[in-house]
Structure formats: structure tokens, C-alpha cells
Design a protein around this ligand. Sequence first.
Ligand SMILES: Cc1cc2nc3c(=O)[nH]c(=O)nc-3n(C[C@H](O)[C@H](O)[C@H](O)COP(=O)(O)OP(=O)(O)OC[C@H]3O[C@@H](n4cnc5c(N)ncnc54)[C@H](O)[C@@H]3O)c2cc1C
Ligand code: SF4
Length: 499
Amino acid sequence: MADRMAFFTTPRAERARRDARERLGDGQEVYRPGSLLPMVGGQAGRCMDCGLPFCHSACPLGNLVPEWNRLVAESGTGGEPGAGADWQAAAARLLATNNFPEFTGRLCPAPCESACVLAIDGAAVTIKNVELAIADRAWEAGWDGPRPPERADGRRVAVIGSGPAGLAAAQQLTRAGHATTVYERADRAGGLLRYGIPPFRLEKHRLERRLDQLRAEGAAFRTGVWVGRDVPGEELRAGYDAVVVAVGATACRDLPVPGQGLSGVHQAMEYLTWANRVDEGDCPASPLSAEGRHVVIVGGGDTAADCLGTALRQRAASVTQLDINPRPPQRRASGQPWPVHPKVYRETTSHEESRAAEAGPRVFEAATVGFEPGPDGRLAAVRFAEAGPVDRSPRAGTERSLPAQLALLALGFTGPEPDRRLFAQLGLATGPEGTLARDDGFATATEGVFVAGDAGRGQSLIVWAIAEGRAVAAAVDRYLRGWTELPAPIRASARAFTV
Ligand SMILES: Cc1cc2nc3c(=O)[nH]c(=O)nc-3n(C[C@H](O)[C@H](O)[C@H](O)COP(=O)(O)OP(=O)(O)OC[C@H]3O[C@@H](n4cnc5c(N)ncnc54)[C@H](O)[C@@H]3O)c2cc1C
Ligand code: SF4
């Protein structure tokens, strides 16, 4: 039996990362291989198995956190490490709620940990690491193999978009017996897992492995097919019994300041896509490479951090990050009480690497006011000023310039790309927030057409995309059969814990 006082006697321990400088020399994941498994039993043992597990409700998937913690918790009676753990049962519980735990275990910001009861006044259980250890062990042991349906039911479903929402929907629908085809305009499937998130955070063989599993279960993929252009939406409606639109929300926010059109000023997504293409072996070097250049990243979120880590690996001369927001507090502020996922100062692995390489500062309260050309007409400098405390407008008299040959705009996303043809062909409308309109059951006003993932929610998280994919599959299954046994972890209107 696990030690009931482990939360008291065992300190929280993080998974070991490789040396920051070593990481910059390769494109591999930043964590030290093999470092997770030996510590997970002790960390899982810190779980108090609370009567009301808030971690479980903070996870949009409803991951059964205390259950798998208990199953892999180390014996507190001095046995061998891992004694008494039942990894296979833990894997079964994890896979019951999450199609892709190896993605969330690596990439989720873990709102569950913010809601862990231990986080009220101490250090949360390392839920995400436990999840990842179970997920990786399940793959190694073959417990997460293909699960094809026992019989096909003759109904056909088209899924547009192969990000985590589309993939989760396709997997659930295929396993339920529907013949499912995923249409993807890019040459490879995966959405932002493929061409957004860099390989040092998700090595792409993990994505390939999942796609192989989906194919082995019976899902079909048609990559390089842009629905709305290469195949009309009407053709999908006529040829399939239902259509799931999971096209993401990748319309990039612009920065309308002088010089924004200069050569050398690019959207972060353009830059990250090229870097991922180099990793895929499509080209020897990125045409937007940061190598030898002074780089300025405008923006302060995860996309900016991914640009930072990528530019450092491309051996930029310097990288400065300009964030218009004030530096967040070190600890949870009173306005963001437990169990909400608080906005606090976080240093990503890219920031850690930047510090180790002395690559350049992360400047807060910095309003970018323009891009300046050099004699060759290309970008030569970025002008910025201190941001005012209320409206974030530039304060007079505080302007200065930074030399830059590459500026990357990572200012967030406004919603799905406005694809008029696709919208007209499928009768899709946008709501006041710019996302695709749907009811609480993911259905649009067009018979048989559903919307899932960032396309309906706005740019969000992988865990939400998977939850949407699972829930839309249940909605489609019910639409097709009149009943469903598929789980629906969320409604379309569900939101993260807020105050
Ligand atoms: C740089 C970056 C880093 C991120 N890091 C994290 C992270 O660490 N953790 C996290 O939880 N979240 C992260 N996110 C957010 C997360 O990636 C998204 O919330 C998630 O991928 C959304 O999934 P989705 O399936 O809805 O859409 P997407 O992943 O955007 O996939 C949509 C797919 O639809 C395809 N498509 C669009 N239109 C058509 C069409 N007409 N025909 C055919 N195909 C079409 C697109 O090509 C794309 O492949 C990150 C986002 C970015 C941009
Ligand atoms: S998917 Fe994210 S929120 Fe859910 S248990 Fe895993 S780390 Fe926590």
C-alpha cells in the first residue's frame, strides 16, 4: 500500500532536462532520456487521492488522475522501486479518457496541476510527468496498439483537418465502426503538432506512430487536399453521411506599424513551418533561417518561445523577445485563486537555453512601434518603446532601436482562416468571436456538418482539441445512429476554470 504521508515526506521533483547548451546542438527533445521512469512511482505516491479531485475536473478530458496515480504509486513499505505498481491497469485508465497522452504528457501546460489540492499552499503532484511515463510505457509494452472496430456499420464520415481535434474525432469514429476519411491540405497530417510545435518539444516520430495506428484501425488520410479548393465542400456532403470541420484557428494577428511589409519581417508560423520542414528533410536549410542574424521576436506566448528555441538552434547572433505585457507575478495573485490556472511568470526550456547562451533579453512592457529598412531595403532594426500601464500604447520619449535582420511576429491568432469558398460550400458562419458557429452539441446550421477544435473554440490547447475531437465524435455517432456509447467529455460551451 502506498505511503499515505508521502505528500508530506516526498518533495515534488521535476523530470531532468539535458544541459541547455547540449540541447542547442541538436533538434532532439530537451528531457534526459530514461530520467522519468525511476522517479514516477515516488511522485505519484504524493497524490492524496482526494475525495473531490479537482485535478480531474480541471482536465478537459476528465483524465482519471488519482486512479492512475494510485496504480503506479510506489510501495511505501520499503519494497523495490515500482513494487506494487500496475502499469498496465494505469495505461488502461489513461487511454480510456485520452487518445494521445504522449502529446499531452509532453506539451500540456497542465491546468490539472494548478488545481491539485496540494497546490493550494504547496507543490502539486507532477501529474503531467506521471501521465507521460504511463503513456510511454504503454507504447513500449504494446498496450496501446491499434483497436480496429469489430464490424463496419457502412456509414461514412469526412473529417477536414488533421490536428489533434481532427485526429481524435477520426480515431473515435473509426473505432465506433464508421468509415472515416481525414482531409488535410498540408502534405503531411498532424496540424500544429506537425508544422507548429518544434521537434525539440515533440519529436515527429511520435506523431508518425499515432498516424500509423489510426491507419491500422481503418482511418483513411487524404493529404495535400484543400477542401473548398481541390474538393468542393458540397462533394463531401454528398459523398459522406457527416462532415466534421476541424480546420484550426491559424489566422495570425498582424502588427500594423510602419515597415511591417519589409523583407525580414515574418509571421512566426511561417518561420516555424519552415524549421519543421527542414527537420522533415524537405530542404537542407530554412529560407528564413536565423543563422548569424540578430533576431527580434514580438510576442510573449508559447509561439514566441518556440521561435526563440528554434532561432537559438539555428545559431542566431542574438535573440531579443519583446512582450507588450508586464512581467507576470512570480506566484499566484489574489485575483487568480486556486483552482484556476494562474498567469504567473514561467520560464520555458527555450528561455532557459537563451539564458545559458546569453542570447539576448526578454523585455516586458515593450510596445513595438516600427520596422526600419537598411540601405538594401531589407529589415535593419526594430523600434520599440515602453508600453503605457493602462492601454499599452508607446510612451513618448522612451523609443529605442534594436538591430535586427529577422523579426518574427508571434502575436496570437484571431480565429480560423477566412476561407470564403469553404464556408460558403458548407454553409458555415462565424460568430462574434470570429470562430465557426455551432450549437452546444457541435452541430452547425447545415444538416450533418459539425465543427470541432480551435475552429470552434479559438486558438487553445491540445488537451481541449482532443476533448473536442472526442465529444464531436460522440455527437456525430448519435446523429448517425440515434444513440451513442462514445464518451463526450465536454460540451462546446465548456471553458477552463475561471473566477
Ligand atoms: C507554435 C504553437 C505552439 C503550441 N504549443 C502548444 C503546447 O505546447 N501545448 C498545447 O497544449 N497547445 C499548444 N499550441 C496550441 C495547439 O497546437 C492547438 O490548440 C491545437 O493544435 C488545435 O488543434 P486543432 O486540431 O483544432 O487545429 P490545428 O492543429 O490547427 O489543425 C488544423 C488542420 O486543419 C488543416 N486545414 C485547414 N483548412 C483546411 C482545409 N480547407 N482543407 C483541409 N485541411 C485544412 C490545417 O492545415 C491543419 O493541419 C500551440 C500552438 C502553436 C501555434
Ligand atoms: S491532459 Fe493536461 S490537464 Fe489533463 S491530466 Fe494531462 S497534463 Fe493534466
